[in-house]
Design a protein around this ligand. Structure first.
Ligand SMILES: Nc1ncnc2c1ncn2[C@@H]1O[C@H](COP(=O)(O)OP(=O)(O)OP(=O)(O)O)[C@@H](O)[C@H]1O
Ligand SMILES: O=C(O)[C@@H](O)C(=O)CO
Length: 426
């Protein structure tokens, strides 16, 4: 029997976020890093496969091409339904990539209708009357309005998605969602008759997502943040089970690599420093001057790893990041830091680190690729949206790794995640 649900995620931390919600709802999930070679077998012990792409901010044509390759592989592995996962803050521009990828998937699947909802109430993302809220404020009033690559200045998702696709976009509003799966199904029929190709769906609670999950049972394609995942596994009879998230016991040293510049990560770095944890700050300007900053970070870590977790971070407050970007360029600064942190992660593993937390989506992509990881088994949740995972290193050892989205996790995430892993695998 093939896999049930085939998922395409537009970044690496988002992929583990989705996989985490599927596991919590009872599916056994494998996350693959990029699309496997044609002909590669689907894992036998998985109910869902999540293919992690790095396509959120790539040119739309590249994102479409990668997503269609992923779709082809997932269909050949037997996937009965496809889930396109994007960010809970709907990160995109007028050029895409949510609209173009959705359209291309619909065309290839031969379907005329899909749903779209980034709602993830456990992390404060809710959709009401088509408008996305982040915590208590509209998306356009949240920190996302200043995002360097995908500034989100319009909270009305019907218009945001409408600008990215030629297909008419409609709304399934809260009154319909609250009335249950049958009412949602009736609304879908009516929207289809009107020629609507994609409907933004309101959801302000997990109950809304469970109702929506039941209603989209027969759709070939759903598109969403990770929230909708809590409502889908039940369609195949899966129920939450502790066994789905079991990982082997961790070994080796512990470290955190943080290239995230989000406000939650800034708070987590401050908390780690406040508690006296050993930390090495990576300065992009010194990298640009040609200093061996990765080598310095590794020497610092080597002397301290035996005593507990070591943090290597480039995380800075927005003003400091802007100033560096002004001097080096946004993309250039990002690339320099990502490459350095990826080298640091490789070196840390060389020093015996086998429990690694990585903060930031782009940073996680760079680290996972540098470490040569090809698949992650999803384990227990640390905080909403962030699970521990286990991966085979190219030499055969197991690495426990947690990929943390910038804005996820509580203030003491870095230190507490290791204690959490020890507890959950005891
Ligand atoms: N001090 C810094 N100055 C300039 N750029 C930096 C600095 N630190 C990190 N960066 C770059 O900023 C980008 C941060 O993106 P990343 O996706 O890793 O984190 P995030 O945006 O906070 O998290 P997420 O995407 O998960 O919400 C990366 O390209 C990183 O290399
Ligand atoms: O949905 C989210 O917010 C996260 O999984 C994510 O994609 C952050 O990059």
């Amino acid at each position: 029997m093939g896999i049930r649900l085939g998922c395409i995620a537009d970044d690496f931390t988002g992929a583990t976020d989705l996989a985490n919600n599927l596991v919590r709802a009872g599916m056994r999930v494998i996350q693959l890093i990029d699309v496997p070679q044609a002909g590669a077998e689907a894992p036998l012990d998985a109910d869902a496969v999540v293919i992690a792409l790095k396509s959120r901010t790539s040119p739309a044509s590249d994102a479409v091409e990668a997503s269609l390759r992923a779709l082809q592989w997932l269909r050949s592995a037997g996937a009965e339904q496809i889930y396109f996962k994007y960010c809970s803050t709907f990160d995109s521009t007028r050029a895409g990539n949510i609209g173009p990828v959705t359209e291309a998937l619909m065309d290839t699947l031969g379907t005329d209708f899909t749903v779209a909802t980034p709602a993830f109430p456990d992390n404060g993302r809710t959709v009401f009357k088509g408008h996305l809220f982040v915590g208590d404020v509209l998306l356009s009033e949240s920190g996302m309005r200043h995002h360097p690559l995908t500034p989100m200045t319009d909270s009305n998702l019907v218009s945001v998605l409408g600008a990215q696709t030629a297909r008419p976009v409609g709304l399934i509003d809260h009154t319909v969602v609250a009335a249950g799966a049958d009412a949602i199904g009736e609304r879908v029929v009516a929207l289809r008759e009107e020629g609507i190709g994609a409907a933004i769906v309101d959801a302000v609670s997990n109950d809304d997502l469970v109702r929506l999950g039941a209603a989209v049972k027969g759709l070939p394609l759903v598109t969403a943040g990770s929230g909708l995942a809590i409502g889908l596994p039940a369609n195949w009879g899966f129920e939450p089970s502790p066994g789905a998230a079991r990982l082997p016991r961790p070994t080796g040293h512990q470290a955190v690599v943080s290239g995230s510049v989000s406000s939650a990560t800034n708070g987590q770095v401050r908390e780690f420093l406040r508690s006296g944890g050993p930390a090495f700050s990576v300065d992009p300007l010194r990298i640009a001057d040609g200093e061996d900053v990765a080598g310095q970070a590794l020497a610092f870590a080597a002397a301290r790893l035996a005593d507990g977790p070591v943090l290597v971070y480039s995380t800075e407050a927005p003003d400091a990041v802007k100033s560096v970007q002004g001097r080096l360029g946004v993309a250039e600064a990002g690339e320099l830091v990502e490459q350095t942190l990826a080298r640091v992660a490789q070196g840390l593993v060389g020093l015996g680190v086998r429990q690694l937390v990585v903060a930031g989506g782009e940073t996680s992509g760079a680290v996972v690729q540098a470490l040569g990881l090809t698949g992650l088994r999803i384990g227990p949740q640390i905080d909403p949206g962030v699970p521990w995972c286990a991966a085979a290193l190219p030499g055969g050892d197991t690495l426990h790794i947690a990929l943390k989205s910038g804005n996820f996790g509580g203030p003491d995430f870095f230190a507490s995640s290791f204690a959490h892993l020890a507890r959950e695998t005891a």
